[in-house]
Design a protein around this ligand. Sequence first.
Ligand code: HEM
Length: 369
Amino acid sequence: MKVQMWDGTDAWLFTRYDDVRAVLGDNRFSGNPATAGFPSLSAARNAVLDLEPAFIRMDPPQHGHFRRMLTKEFMIKRVSAMRPTIESIFDRLLDELLQKGPPANLVDDLFLPLTSEVIAGLLDVPSKDHGFFQEQSRLKVLLDVDPEVPKEASARILGYLDELITDREKDAEQREDLLSRLIVEQVRPGHLSHRELVVMAELLLMAGHETTANQMALGVYSFLSNPDQLELLRKDPSLVRNAVEEMLRLHTIVHYNAFRAALEDVEVAGQMIRKGEGVIALISGANHDAAAFPDPQKFDITRKADHHVAFSYGIHQCLGQPLARVELQVVFGTLFERIPMLRFAVPHEQVEGKGDHFVQGLQALPVTW
Ligand code: HEM
């Protein structure tokens, strides 16, 4: 189906599971927003996409050149080794929360601090700066604001990372963080420029905390509004892995991410897409396709949902997914056990979603216990 975008241009919209995967698995569709026909989501989003691209917005072969530099950092084995650290960060944050007592806003008081500390720990970004990058990240994903807002937020975070990396370049050999490894293995031999590392670091820092924190908040929301599912999890904690896949599927928090433009004529589901036409592969549609996930609106933690496309599909499939999964498994394996009486502090209809953000989530998650 062709749809009209806010600026009067049109784009092909695919919502069926098989069709979305067909688009995302086909490199004749470009993920580079500079490609003719690339669909436009809003003026503010255009401003972000006009900035220097990280590899998430590149096509082969450049995309692979940069992504390969990071694959070993996010391998399942490597990330699994981080689980005890993530557990102890979460336990400490929970101790602090319990000590302070109810009520709390789990987004600001628990989930953003957790995901920020994990990704910042990997990059060795000082904890005094977490508030700063959380705020810039929040501004960068707003869709319905003056385009200067996300643009300036991005400039501030790039400026910050430029300074941090310049400093890191002095003694990278003596350090053990991911940025130092990239400096030693990629920047020094000339495979990656200083500026390319700054842009890559911004992608990791932003993609690495905002997304997962939002997913945690929505996951809690789903459990608290479906007490039967929470009961199932309590009875059988081994369901936590399934539950995490199911919440990723149900919420598909970055459903606007998989926009593409045809580099040549391509047929999808019997429809010819012409070179230069825009395509929206709606991963939230795919994840709610009843042919792939029966009764798709239901939050069902016994469902086998791991073929979902919440992390996209094809070459841009989320690099950080092993990390996101471990963080989510730690949270949902612990939270309801440590705070058994957890419940909404307001009627749940009053919990507000983040409609105007590129990444879906909750404005706040007020709870008590
Ligand atoms: C629940 C959490 C997360 C969700 C739902 C999510 C979702 C996504 C999606 C849908 C894409 C693909 C965009 C496309 O097809 O154009 C993507 C790409 C990416 N994500 Fe995530 N993400 C999450 C967490 C993370 C984390 C923790 C990191 C860690 C650094 C991360 C890093 C990246 C990177 C680097 C890419 C670009 C991959 C490429 O283009 O090759 N993400 N993510």
